[in-house]
Each structure stands twice: as C-alpha cells, then as structure tokens.
Design a protein around this ligand. Sequence first.
Ligand SMILES: C[S@@+](CC[C@H](N)C(=O)[O-])C[C@H]1O[C@@H](n2cnc3c(N)ncnc32)[C@H](O)[C@@H]1O
Length: 359
Amino acid sequence: MTESSEANRPAPMEGHGAYNRSSRVQAAGSSPAVPLLERAAREVALPLSPEPVVIVDYGSSAGRNSLLPLGVAISVLRDRAGADRAVSVVHTDLPDNDFTALFQILASDPDSYVHDDPAIFPCAVGRSFYDQILPSSSVTLGWSSWAVQWLSRVPALIPDQVQVAYSQDAGVRSAFYEQAADDWRCFLVHRAAELRPGGRLVVLSMALDDHGDFGYKPCVVAIYGAVLDLVDEGFITNDEARRMVIPTVGRSRQDFTAPFAETGSFAGLTLEDIDIFCGEDSIWTEFQGHGDAEQYAARWAAFSRASVCPTLAASLDDKAVRSAEFIDRMEARMIARLKVAPEPMLIPLAKMVLVKGSS
Ligand SMILES: C[S@@+](CC[C@H](N)C(=O)[O-])C[C@H]1O[C@@H](n2cnc3c(N)ncnc32)[C@H](O)[C@@H]1O
C-alpha cells in the first residue's frame, strides 16, 4: 500500500464508555472461554511469596467485559495464594484507548473485582500487544478476548469491501492473511517473553469456522452499504471511502496452530487446547421473542458502531471535525439496512490455552 497515514492502523473502540454499553455480543461470546481461564488460574505455577501474582488483560478496551473473567481468575488465585498476597492486574490496550472509562468502571461497577480486597492493584498500559509490554518472565496469567483479530496495520486497501473476508480480490486477501500470520507469531513471541515459566495465557478471538466462514455477513454488508450511502449523499468522498478498511482477520484453526506445527512448541509456548465454536447470537434469540426489526437492527448497528466505526472514521480527511457526525450517520444507515430483512448472525470464535514451558 502506498498511502501511509494514521488510517493504516486500527483505531481503538468508540470512547466515552460507548464500547462498555454496546459490547454484549462480545461478553456473550467470551463466556465459553471463562472456564478455561478459571482452570488456568487453578493450574498455573504461582510465584513464591511475597512476589506479586501478575494478571494481564491484553486488549481490554474500556474494561466492562474484563470484570467477570478476571474476577473469576482472581478469586481462584486468592484462594491459592492467600489473603495477603499482592495481585497486580494490568489492563493493556492501544495508547488512545478509553482508559478513563476503564478506571471509572473498576472503581464503581458492582461487578468490579477490586471491591473489598486491599491486596489487588489494578493498573493500565497503553502500548500495542505487538510489542513487549511487561518485563520478561513477570506475568503469571494472561487473558485476551476479542482483540488479536485486529492486525498491527492495514496491509492493503480493499477495492470492493471494508472487510477482507468478503472481498473478491485474491491479491488483497493474501496480503491480509500474510499479515495475520506474521502478527500472530509476533503476538506469541512477546507473550512468551512476558510469561513466567509455567505461566498461562487464555485467548478468545474472532475466527473462521471449519468451513472457512468469517460470519457476520448481514452486518458487514450493512457497514459497507452504509459507507456507499454516505458517498451517494455527498457526506464522504470516493477517496475517503476507498481508504476505509477494517483491519481484522478471522484466523482458521490451522492459522492458529501453524507456528506450533513443526515442533509442538513456538518461542517456548505450547498450545494446550484450541476449540473453534459459534458464539451465541442473543440479538437473534431476542428478536424471535419480540419480533421488532428496528430493535434487532439497532443492536447490531450499535455493536458495529462501537467496535469499527472509529477505525473507519480515521480515514476522513478532517476527522477531528467530521468523525462524530460520520459515526452517527453510519449508525442510522446501518439500522435502515439491517431492519429490512433480519437474519441470524454467524459468530465464529476460537478459544485456546497457551502455556510457557518451565525451562
Ligand atoms: C473488540 S475490543 C475487545 C475488548 C474486550 N477485551 C472485550 O472482550 O470486549 C478489541 C480491543 O483490542 C484493542 N486492540 C486492537 N489492536 C491492539 C493492539 N495492537 N494492541 C493492544 N490492543 C489492541 C482495541 O483497541 C480494542 O480495545
């Protein structure tokens, strides 16, 4: 890609707590991975007292969806390590993330893991997980949900879509899949460096199902259609639309396991468990009960707005001025499109456990 700008990198989720309010799909999708984290907390090698137990949340966004899984892990670790052992909880995300909403929710949400435990020390780091974030051999337990499908950069513009999974351009597709393969290895190398010997990492990610399907088709079609609507209305230019890309890739089981294929381990990590499954489509289940197409459309549009519209808005020429209106207009156009013919959404996900070798 020749054009290089901020638009070539993913932007964080929508701020001012919007992601926390519009990420129930993600919360439901992550719940089958929580038992893996609970088991990892039970089995992980603990540092000797008085060293703190360090838990890291990679790609936390504004934190709402981290409260439950981390709370489950902390309660197991608390039982194992004793009431006085310091537990350091590190939430990490991109530098522009909504860390204000994260700290507010940690302080005030009734489900926060912080309450009534003076030996829990939350903090945050704004640095990409494609770099090393924490000191070597310092992390006991890692958790990452709905984050590693985001690439480190946009490897190519997509001529016929905003999401590569539905592009017909073979060259562009292979550029994205190569970037996804490089990024997965890069993520693993840095996590391997940070984990203590015997440390464990649980990852939940968007994925391709066993037929190679990325899913979310009605949503992705509505997002791209909304972008074209805004061109037709003259709110964005053809050039801005051409630069709009969602740099996420669903990896297949084979993509996730490839780095481990030759020797069974990679950078000192082994992949103990991997499962590809379909997330629960609660929006469709609720629609079948209430039959309200507008409500169905509004919920999927809110999901798309909070998670991908800020990234699309980064391609606007004068984004400081027009981003807010762009995002509002995108949501309205997505609702108009999605309500015409409500359908269930396929939500392919991968959950896995990685373990750092002890030597
Ligand atoms: C869909 S949100 C997931 C948030 C939360 N973990 C959940 O389960 O709902 C994805 C998060 O990954 C973050 N992210 C994307 N690329 C990243 C990177 N290279 N380094 C750190 N965080 C990244 C985004 O900023 C965003 O907050």
